[in-house]
Write a protein that binds this ligand. Sequence first.
Ligand code: AMP
Ligand code: GLY
Length: 424
Amino acid sequence: MKVVLIGSGGREHALAWKISQSKLLDKLFIIPGNPGTKQLGENVLIDPNNINEIVRFCVDRKIDLVVVGPEKPLIDGIADVLIGQGIKVFGPTKNAARIEGEKSFAKDLMKKFNISTANYEVFSSEQYKEALEYLSNTNYPIVIKADGIAAGKGVVICDDYKSAQNTIEDYFIKSILGNAGKKVVIEEFMSGQEASVFAITDGNNFVLLPPAQDHKRIGEGDTGKNTGGMGAYAPTPFVNDKLMDEISNKIIKPTLNALNITNNKYVGCLYCGLMLTDDGPKVVEFNCRFGDPETQVILPLLEGDFLELLYSAASGSIKESVFYNGGASVCVVAASKGYPDKYDVGKEIFGLDLINDKDIIIYHAGTKEQNGKILTNGGRVLGITSILKENNLSYAKQRCYEVLSKINFDGIYYRRDIADKALK
Ligand code: AMP
Ligand code: GLY
C-alpha cells in the first residue's frame, strides 16, 4: 500500500515510525516530514496546508491512504477533497473537524447530547458589553477560550475580573488572534488530573488506545504559559479500566453517535482531553487528530499492525488490529529557550549520534538538516522517549533523563518533572 502522511512534528515522526513497521506498507511519503521521518520514508517538500498540491500529488502517485497529522488541513477540508478524488483518508471531513475547529460547536453538541463538560456561555465580539457584564457577575477562576484554532494560545485561565476583561479586549478589540478570537467560550474552571484518550474510529465503531497524560505548561509543577505539550507518559494510572469503560460509554460513544446523527460522521482519531473531577470525567476539549506529544508515548506501546487499524477505519470498517500488552513509555520534550514565545533556531544539536539504546526513541520535531548537521528549527525540537516492556514508569522516566543528559544544543530547555504526578 502507498501511504502519504501529512505533517512535520514529533507526532508525525512517531506515526511514520509505527506505520513503517507494517507489512502492508510498500511506500511511505511524508509531506513535508523532518530529518527523523526521512529515515523511514520519502519526505516530499510540499506545504502541508497546500491542499490542491497535496491532492495532485496523491492522485498522480495513486496513493491508497492519506493520514493527516495536524488539525489545520482537516479543518480546511482536505479530507473532503481527497475523498472526492476517491482517495481514502484517515482524518475527519471539514464538518466533523469542527469538533476542534469551533469550540462552540463542540460545546453545543455536548450540551445537546448530555456529554459531561464544564458549564459555559458563548459570546461573539458584537456582544462585547454582554460578555463583560457576564464576567462581572461570575465566580473566579474562569476559563476564556477563543472559538477558533489558535496554535495552543487560545485558552486563558482568569483569576479575576481584571484579567478576564483584558482577555476579552485582547480577543474582541485588539484582535490578537484574528478571526479565531472573534467568538469566545467562557467556561467554568474544573480541577483534577488531566488525561488524554484517543479513539480510533470508522464513524460507528472505535478502538481506544492506552490513556496518556500530557504536561501542557512550560514550567515545572505545571506553572507558566500553556504550550503544545512539554512531555507525556502512558499509560496513566489515573485512568484505570473501570474509568476507561466510563469514558468509553458516557463520552466517546455518545459523542461519535451525536456527530453521526447530526450528519457530521467522524472518521479518524478523536482526541478526548479530559479533566478527572470529583464528579467524574469531564471533557476539556476534543481535537480532530492525534495529540502531540501523547502520540510519541502511545504508539510504541501498541502491538499489532497500526497501519491496518488506520486503513480499516478509513475504509469504513475498523479492525481491532492493535492491542496494549503491558509496558510504559515517557517522553520529555527538549525545547528551544524562549518557547512558547520567541526563540532562536539554527542551533546545532549535539549528542544524537551517541544514542543507540533499544529502549529509546528520539523523535524529531522542530529540526532541520543542513550540511550533514542537525539544527534546531522550532520551539519543540526533540521528543526523547523511553519504552519499557514492563509497566515501570519510574524507570522509564529515569531512562529519558539519562539520555537527555547526553544531548545538547544552545538554549536547550526541558521540564524535569515529567510523569512525577503519577509517581507520587
Ligand atoms: P484546551 O486547549 O482547551 O485543551 O486548554 C488548554 C489547557 O487549559 C487544558 O489542557 C487545561 O489544562 C486548561 N483548561 C482548559 N479548560 C479548562 C477548564 N474548564 N478548567 C480548567 N482548566 C482548563
Ligand atoms: N498535547 C496536546 C495536543 O496535542 O493538543
